[in-house]
Write a protein that binds this ligand. Sequence first.
Ligand code: BGC
Length: 416
Amino acid sequence: MSTASLLELAKVFAITSRDLVKIAAAFQKDMESGLACQHRSLKMLPSYLTKPGGEETGLFVALDFGGTNIRAQVVELAGRRWEIKQQRVQLLKDAAAMYDYTSTTTKAEALFDFIAAAIAAVVEPGRDYFLGHTFSFPCQQQSFNQAMLLSWTKEISTTGVEGEDVNQLLTAALLRRGLDKVTPCVILNDTVGTLMAGAYLDARASIGTICGTGHNTCYYDPSAYGAPMIINIESGNFNGVPCTRYDSQLDAASDKPGSQLLEKMVAGRYLGEIVRLAANDAIGLTLPPLSFTAERLAAVLSGAFDGILTELELTKKQQLAEISRLVVERSARLAAATYAGVLRHIDSEVRREHIIAVDGSLFEKMPGYSAAMNRALGEVLGSKSHQVKVSLTKDGSGAGAAIAAAAILKKQRCRP
Ligand code: BGC
């Protein structure tokens, strides 16, 4: 490949400072139309949860159902800190163990029985527990303990869950398993869990976000739905960023073409595939579909080339690393632009201090990711950027489920 085509790719994936400002403004506008229930790409889903006070305590079960695995935990809250006492992590699909709970061939009942088994592995038999459930998919909620799955994302397609009340599916599976002493009392998105955990640690947290297998953001709104509440933006569905030809190819081959367009440019589930499509096209590689995972992408960025990549000549390795860097940088810059849009919505002049609580392997582990995000925030917020801090809230989505359960119980006990 000539240097010119690498330069061309650099242009294709570039998000300039001006683009950042434009995307932030478009995102803010779409949030506002979403809140006004106008046609929009952002769903702005109510959570019926506010930020915790920080003094919540007790022992809870947290179930974190993400895109890649499920985590069942027993979490002890001790006021502004937590400790994971027990944990069981299970992949949702495992080729070696020959199971896959994410495909259309699996029914809801089987999936939730699998989850109940993980919960059974961490609880003490006969002991009463309240359970907080972090469910990382778009849900329409009527209250904090009822959530109807609108549609699967992240290429999951288990049958019989869309349109159903996820809390009821879990409750029924717990009963089938004999876990009648475990009471699911709250269900929340993982971004909401992350913000709950961030705010438990520091009251300045106002935004929660996931940069992992999937991507999404929520924020604390004091009044939009008539009461203070955290709102799940479902930002992954934002459609205000022009697609490159590689994004369009990826989208066309996905489970749900036309949906989750921002997520398909930002999230770990998709980044390797974009690099693969660009590298096959521009530098003549012949990598097969889905062979270039986010883990491989991270390895390439750290200079490690495994499997078929070991065979590549040095120049191709360098070019592949450069394309990887462009795609990862674009992801971090796009996410930062949307955070700027949220900040402008909640505090137009950014007069207050804000913490953006972030969880997810992409932010935590992808080489260069957090630095690129901070650079972009600096560009888009200018002199206000010192007011905003992006803070890794590790395991926040799981701990957030326990914190949400504690906050709900506290509120109910305080009710006259
Ligand atoms: C889902 C969101 C979730 C995000 C991060 C997206 O695919 O639609 O609800 O918060 O992934 O897990």
